[in-house]
Design a protein around this ligand. Structure first.
Ligand SMILES: [Zn+2]
Length: 114
């Protein structure tokens, strides 16, 4: 996994984005953040990259709909992001730097029903 630091992308409050195993970041990443991105690289390989991005987008849309708050009449893009199964796995295990060595195949599936 390669990390390319730059001042432009990703936009907004995001620190890094993993595109086909290449990580673009706006600042140096901590060991835990690099581990987070490496977990995404493993997920991408399992779904042959395109499958990962398709699933990610569809699940984000489903989670966005689920995030709708009827009292404020608003969606929460941030909540949708944090509830995607890929992100749940990566955030849950990013502090375990050894996780990549014993991670079960398709481990992200365990985080689908939450
Ligand atoms: Zn992530």
């Amino acid at each position: 996994m390669k990390v390319f630091q730059n001042n432009i992308f990703p936009f907004g409050s995001y620190v890094a984005i993993n595109l086909f195993g290449l990580v673009l970041s706006r600042r140096p990443l901590s060991k835990e953040e690099r581990n987070h991105e490496y977990i995404h690289t493993l997920q991408q390989r399992e779904l042959l990259w395109i499958g990962f991005y398709l699933w990610y987008l569809i699940e984000w849309l489903v989670r966005l709909i689920q995030s709708f708050n009827f009292s404020t009449f608003k969606f929460s893009a941030k909540r949708a992001y944090y509830t995607i199964s890929f992100e749940r796995e990566a955030y849950l295990h990013q502090n375990n730097l050894d996780y990549r060595h014993h991670r079960p195949f398709w481990a992200w599936r365990k985080h689908l029903k939450k």
